[in-house]
Ligand binder design. Structure first.
Ligand code: 5GP
Ligand code: ZN
Length: 116
């Protein structure tokens, strides 16, 4: 745990969050500033700063994060209407929390990535 990391604090139960899923490797909770009607964050328990810090040993963990994304999307009712899975990495992406997390965003029609 990184004590000054908000997601580590949520995982430890020190900071509040609406937890939707938890197991021994990951948690999922609602984003505090949702970008769409459904906006869930899937977060590994281990403090990994970003995709850049992933190790080949983490390949099954990354797959597990996507399994959870699929599960929580279904439970939130957007499995069939569709959703985006986004992982921001580094300054140009706008990453603001430096604990790896997968955004699951849906419940409205998205624009294309180019905005066209
Ligand atoms: P990033 O830009 O790093 O990919 O996304 C960070 C996300 O974490 C943002 O969507 C932001 O709203 C969310 N977030 C930041 N602080 C908190 C918090 O304390 N609780 C929750 N639930 N989400 C947070
Ligand atoms: Zn952390």
């Amino acid at each position: 745990m990184s004590s000054n990391c908000i997601f580590c604090q949520i995982i430890a139960g020190i900071a509040p969050a609406e937890i939707l899923y938890r197991d021994d490797r990951a948690v999922a909770f609602r984003d505090i500033r949702p970008a769409a009607p459904v906006h869930i964050l899937v977060v590994p328990i281990r403090h990994i700063v970003s995709v850049n810090e992933l190790d080949p040993k983490d390949e099954s963990l990354v797959g597990h994060l996507f399994s959870i994304a699929c599960q929580v999307a279904g439970q939130a009712g957007i499995g069939q209407t569709g959703y985006r899975c986004i992982i921001n990495t580094g300054p140009d992406s706008g990453q603001a929390v430096f604990h790896l997390h997968l955004h699951v965003i849906g419940g409205r029609r998205m624009q294309t990535l180019t905005g066209a």
